[in-house]
Design a protein around this ligand. Structure first.
Ligand code: S3P
Length: 161
């Protein structure tokens, strides 16, 4: 089975859905951000602070290229689609599910979240709109998550496969 990769904006629920899908399908569940934190022994905010976004993006691409192509479910960071290399890798190798969440719902979910460097920093509307096009282009399938529980979204993914 091709691995299932979850893409979507910060706060779209990728990590919660990941755990549920992995459990339901009895396959490993992996997370690119967690892998980066394990290999660098730094948190994502620490990497952004000490080395900047460009270095983080390099680490993100290195990590993605080492992730499984079969029999796993993988949650990616919201910015994974910023790189053309990443988008091509995803399209060529794995089954990509875009968790689509409206910006209003994301704002409700994240509020004043301090753990996401780009959530604090950016003009959220511009970032959201720019990325949405890339998520759509990269995905094999789109699931709307507004008003749904992670359990409902996981069930929809399960039905897709
Ligand atoms: C980022 C999203 C984060 C994390 C990093 C950058 C982004 O992951 O990779 O803070 O560029 O949108 P989540 O989507 O899991 O919040």
């Amino acid at each position: 089975m091709k691995a299932i990769y979850l893409i979507g904006f910060m706060g779209s629920g990728k990590s919660s859905v990941l755990r549920l899908v992995a459990e339901k399908m009895a396959i490993p569940g992996l997370d690119t951000d967690q892998q980066i934190e394990q290999t660098t022994r730094q948190t994502i905010p620490e990497i952004f602070k000490s080395q900047g976004e460009t270095v983080f993006r390099e680490k993100e691409t290195d990590t993605l290229m080492k992730m499984p192509k079969t029999d796993a479910v993988v949650a990616t960071g919201g910015g994974i689609v910023e790189s053309e290399v990443n988008r091509s890798w995803l399209k060529e190798n794995v089954f990509v599910v875009y968790l689509h969440t409206s910006l209003a719902e994301i704002e409700r979910r994240l509020g004043k979240d301090e753990s996401r460097p780009l959530w604090k920093k950016h003009d959220k509307t511009a970032l959201y709109e720019r990325r949405m096009e890339k998520y759509r282009q990269t995905a094999d399938s789109l699931i709307k998550t507004d008003g749904k529980s992670p359990e409902q979204v996981a069930e929809e993914i399960y039905q897709l496969i």
